[in-house]
Design a protein around this ligand. Structure first.
Ligand code: F6R
Length: 264
């Protein structure tokens, strides 16, 4: 795992977007795993800008989103399909037939989850997975005690997640759907590369647990410590409780792989 600390949320998001853009330029048929949430909004805004200003080409890219609420139709403005259309898909030249979001309205949810896993495998697996982290340590919607080998499935959302996401439902926790479909922790860590973006003071404590604490199913993101190619981009606010800050800064300043990104 590598941790990169940027001065603020905007520069952290821009670095994440640049890493995605470089992966896409290197492999136009990239299979990209996507996350939703407020942290990702800046990343998608920057990717849309790179498409408009620099011609970043999404035409051959395939995408798989991590999760979707159960019971929301893709046209519901609160659905993650609607989020992805608004923040990225409608703003770049992606072929929507190549974009996948779990169908939270499927009549047979276990079959939908099984088909989602098969679709990922059918594309050869995910090349690069973008992640945020929940205040309870979730990645995707893998709430505490999700098995580290869990696969795509239906899950009940934790009260802390309902509270975290209430802002997107007019501040009313009661309007946040109680259940979701999510890729499992095991599904996520099969991606070839992982890029997690964490910003803001409110994520400082959970970030420290995920990156520097023990690997435990109580903090799903701690499973990323198993991954051979996982980068965690954070801002100073989120980094404030990390014990290894000096070491992470030294790596970013000295490892050749980061030289092209040091000014970003
Ligand atoms: C959503 C997802 C979640 C979010 C996490 C952080 O698709 O995968 O794990 O990344 O809840 O959300 P924000 O960025 O809103 O704090």
């Amino acid at each position: 795992m590598e941790v990169v600390i940027r001065p603020d949320a905007l520069s952290a998001a821009r670095l994440a977007a640049r890493l995605v853009a470089d992966a896409l330029r290197a492999k136009p048929r990239l299979v990209l795993g996507l996350a939703t949430g407020r942290t990702m909004e800046r990343v998608y805004a920057e990717l849309a800008r790179l498409h408009t200003d620099e011609g970043l080409d999404f035409s051959l890219c395939r995408t798989f989103n991590l999760d979707e609420y159960v019971g929301l139709s893709p046209t519901d403005p609160h659905s993650y399909r609607a989020y992805m259309n608004a923040h990225l898909f409608d703003r770049v030249n992606i072929d929507k037939r190549n974009t996948h979001v779990p169908n939270g309205m499927a009549a047979d949810l276990p079959a939908e989850c099984h088909a989602y896993e098969a679709a990922i495998k059918g594309c050869g697996g995910i090349d690069l997975q973008l992640l945020g982290i929940g205040s309870d340590g979730h990645i995707g919607f893998n709430e505490p005690l999700s098995a580290l080998r869990s696969r795509t499935r239906e899950i009940a959302l934790a009260p802390s997640t309902l509270a975290q996401n209430a802002a997107l439902f007019g501040g009313d926790t009661g309007r946040v759907p109680r259940r979701a479909l999510t890729m499992g922790v095991g599904t996520i860590i099969e991606a070839s590369r992982i890029l997690m973006l964490v910003t803001g003071e409110s994520k400082a404590a959970v970030l420290a647990k995920a990156v520097e604490g023990p690997i435990t199913s109580m903090i799903s993101a701690s499973a990323l410590q198993f991954h051979a190619q996982c980068r965690v981009i954070v801002d100073e606010e989120a980094a404030q409780l990390l014990e290894g800050k000096d070491h992470y800064r030294w790596i970013f300043a000295n490892e050749p792989e980061w030289v092209p990104y040091q000014g970003a």
